[in-house]
Design a binder for this molecule. Structure first.
Ligand SMILES: NC(=O)c1ccc[n+]([C@@H]2O[C@H](COP(=O)([O-])OP(=O)(O)OC[C@H]3O[C@@H](n4cnc5c(N)ncnc54)[C@H](O)[C@@H]3O)[C@@H](O)[C@H]2O)c1
Length: 354
């Protein structure tokens, strides 16, 4: 079987840290194009990985019949347009998270997927994480009893990315900590619980600590190379919310920055027989009782390279036609919840979804 030819659109952090190395490790894939609007970034990738051609405008490769798979690794603003253009050109797409800036853009992507019949997966990489899958298995097999509430915390002390750049400009990113980090956490909740229908959403998103960019004090800043203190900062750096679903209720607090000097990034699943705390990106602890006493334990599982698993699964699903758990139809549920949270915050009221 000939190798699947791939195009990488956007040669920044996530492309270099995850997508490109994973394709390079996959024996069934071959990168044909590195595309970035900054020519030096595309050229640097060609040089670094020793393959492919550098391209500045993705339109130039839409018509290449050899290309079967595309990774969209650009800022959120371009997710929808680029993904739809490639789907309509007959290509299979893996688009980074969040699906898009707004629910309506995500719905357009879903529509294009269904019209073209090509693959559209979103980079909800935790669905390919062995620890998350072990926890999901235990939840689904009833080991926790009824899970009635889930508490989500994605709070950092000072972790606003690239102030004034693509991450803090709402017109580019669609939002701040909720859409950037919250998307992963809500996605894990929905995946583990098998998508209970969201019913009502209440939330408040605050833009407080980063807005005075020149006086924002921090120890470290990811995406710092995109910092522009004359740029825009109009996104949430703290969010709090409450969701009723057809299953458990969900409460959440998220902070890119807060005046509390700890980072707490975990999800608590509260069940009638047992509970679990999943440390984001790591393992989980189960709390229960046995022999009249309190017990806590850490279930064993073999950790995996989840980005590699995500890319391998994408390549495989193009060959087999299998529907992956990261399919756009799943991502739409989280996009619906996040949109309702932003709407609730703006309108100062609860949003009823169904
Ligand atoms: N799955 C994860 O855990 C994870 C982690 C980090 C980032 N991301 C997502 O990946 C995306 C990119 O984030 P990043 O940190 O790599 O950003 P980045 O700024 O490092 O890289 C984005 C690149 O896209 C390029 N670009 C912009 N517009 C383009 C266009 N029209 N055509 C081609 N290239 C274009 C930029 O020049 C830049 O090099 C975001 O959507 C982000 O949310 C996901």
């Amino acid at each position: 079987m000939s190798k699947i030819k791939v195009a990488i659109i956007g040669c920044g952090t996530i492309a270099n840290n995850a997508h490109i190395p994973a394709y390079m490790n996959n024996p069934d894939a071959e990168i044909k194009y590195f595309c970035d609007i900054i020519p030096e970034k595309a050229e640097a990738a060609v040089k670094k990985y020793g393959c492919g051609t550098a391209v500045v405008d993705y339109h130039d490769i839409l018509g290449d019949p050899e290309i079967e798979a595309v990774s969209v690794c650009t800022p959120n603003k371009m997710h929808s347009t680029i993904s739809i253009d490639f789907l309509k050109a007959g290509k299979n797409v893996l688009c980074e998270k969040p699906a898009a800036r707004t629910l309506s853009e995500a719905l357009e992507m879903q529509k294009a997927k269904h019209e073209t019949g090509k693959v559209l997966n979103i980079g909800v990489v935790n669905r390919f994480n062995a620890g998350v899958n072990k926890l999901r298995e235990m939840i689904q097999s009833g080991e926790f009893g009824e899970i009635y509430h889930i508490y989500v915390s994605f709070r950092a002390h000072r972790s606003i990315p690239g102030l004034g750049g693509a991450f803090t400009d709402k017109s580019i990113a669609g939002g701040g900590v909720l859409i950037d980090w919250g998307v992963h956490y809500l996605d894990i909740v929905m995946y583990c619980m098998d998508d209970p229908k969201p019913l009502t959403v209440s939330a408040k998103a605050f833009s407080k600590l980063g807005v005075d960019m020149k006086n924002y004090v921090y120890e470290g800043m990811w995406s710092e190379e995109t910092k522009d203190l004359n740029g825009v900062y109009d996104v949430d750096d703290f969010v709090t919310g409450f969701v009723r679903t057809a299953g458990p209720t969900i409460s959440l607090n998220g902070a890119w920055a807060q005046n509390i000097g700890v980072s707490e990034t975990y999800i608590d699943f509260l069940g009638t027989k047992a509970g679990a705390r999943l440390q984001y990106g790591s393992d989980f602890t189960v709390y229960t009782t046995a022999c009249g006493g309190l017990v806590s334990l850490k279930p064993k599982f073999t950790p995996n390279a989840h980005f590699q698993n995500e890319i391998d699964s994408f390549v495989r699903c193009i060959q087999t036609g299998e529907k992956l758990p990261s399919h756009i139809d799943k991502a739409i549920i989280t996009a619906t919840m996040m949109q309702a949270m932003y709407d609730s915050s703006e309108q100062n009221r609860e949003i009823v979804l169904g």
